[in-house]
Write a protein that binds this ligand. Structure first.
Ligand code: PLP
Ligand code: COI
Length: 363
């Protein structure tokens, strides 16, 4: 095993003064709009492996126009948050799980695997210089966006032999404009997000590029996210554009689509499954047809539906709409089980409840 990377840290001037930054952190943060003062960059090439780890000023990248990422989309990313606890300490949630997923994404996209320890260390390095950017307002966090690109200047179609890993960070509030209010979801009937044998289980930019047109269609229909069905039969739920999905049955069962090979294995999803088991709920990871959702909501057998992910946390789904149907009531209050699971998860993340599964890591 290689020695840990030695970082070169080049501190920059702060873009905002302390008072301005604190005012910004206390306001409406939204999602992904402002970025901290620094970023991490680590180089990789086939001969030297990972090297030249740096923390430097946040700013534009200089990239050869022939860089493979710009032509063939060889890119992967992660999403993970840092939380400020009441005593001021800064923690993150299950970082080894994100590090392992980045490795799986790298394997699928023929990119190099960053050791999980180096993934966690890269978050620590950024927080060490930008800790003042971790907000303390309720339910706020610092969202890390680690990503890796094929930076080799070569137009032949093969796995790049030069890659760069970066981490940027952005103070975050609610992902959806209406906070935790129930959202409407649009069923994508014409487009799939992923293919059998494709890259659906990897967190790569191309999956999101493919989701943008259906996402636009959703927004045109007054919905805030799009639901994709399985790409083979077009019958079974997969996930939303950027979130996993759960159904809560009136009899206490919690159901989520099984990992099909084409959906992203969400870390929030796995945590929710654990918290539900802890509560004594019956959890089912299995195929769920769109007809089961429609009929279950119509009959009342399905009491609640929610989406979950790092950015979205746990967001109630009030309504599902498609070309010729609508089920659910967007004006109904968020479901009790949804909100209880949301509270349990965020209490652990924000240090208000015991971390009984050892999920939290201090940064
Ligand atoms: N599904 C997709 C397509 C996503 O982009 C995300 C967000 O990361 C998730 C699911 C949820 O994953 P996680 O809970 O690890 O953030
Ligand atoms: C995340 O939740 O981290 C994601 O990457 C999803 C995206 C919708 C922001």
């Amino acid at each position: 095993t290689a020695a840990p990377l030695a970082y070169q840290v080049n501190l920059s001037d702060h873009a905002l003064g302390e008072a301005q930054r604190n005012a910004l952190l206390a306001g409406e943060l939204g999602f992904g709009k402002r970025f901290t003062d620094h970023m991490v960059a680590i180089q990789w090439d086939k001969d030297r492996g990972w090297h030249d780890a740096q923390v430097h000023a946040y700013g534009p990248l200089s990239l050869d126009p022939a860089a493979a990422v710009l032509h063939y989309g060889q890119e992967i990313f992660e999403g993970i948050k840092a939380y400020r606890h009441a005593d001021g300490s800064i923690w993150t949630f299950r970082p080894e799980a994100n590090g392992a997923r980045l490795q799986r994404s790298a394997a699928r996209l023929a990119l190099p695997q960053l050791p999980v320890d180096e993934f966690v260390e890269s978050l620590r390095q950024l927080v060490a210089v930008d800790h003042a950017w971790v907000p303390s307002a309720p339910e706020s966090s610092l969202y890390f966006r680690p990503f890796m690109i094929a930076s080799e200047a070569f137009l032949g179609v093969r796995a790049a032999q030069v890659a760069t890993y970066y981490v940027i960070a952005s103070p975050a509030g609610a992902y959806f404009a209406k906070g935790v209010a129930p959202v409407s979801i649009w069923l994508s009937e014409d487009y799939a997000r992923a293919a059998k044998g494709g890259t659906g289980a990897a967190k790569c930019g191309g999956n999101y590029a493919a989701s943008l047109l259906p996402q636009q269609e959703a927004q045109a229909q007054g919905c805030s996210q799009v639901l994709f069905l399985d790409p083979v039969e077009g019958k079974y739920l997969e996930e939303l554009g950027g979130m996993n999905v759960f159904l809560v049955y009136r009899d206490g069962r919690l159901v989520t689509p099984e990992l099909s090979g084409s959906i992203l294995e969400g870390i929030t999803r796995s945590s929710i499954l654990q918290l539900a088991r802890d509560r004594g709920m019956t959890v089912e990871e299995r195929r769920v047809s769109i007809d089961e959702w429609k009929a279950g909501v119509a009959s009342g057998e399905i009491a609640e539906v929610f989406a979950c992910g790092t950015a979205a946390v746990v967001t109630p789904i009030g309504e599902l709409k498609g070309k010729d149907f609508a089920v659910g009531d967007i004006h109904a209050p968020a479901g009790e089980v949804t909100m209880a699971l949301r509270r349990e998860l965020t209490d652990i993340q924000h240090g208000r409840a015991p971390d009984r599964h050892g999920w939290m890591a201090r940064l």
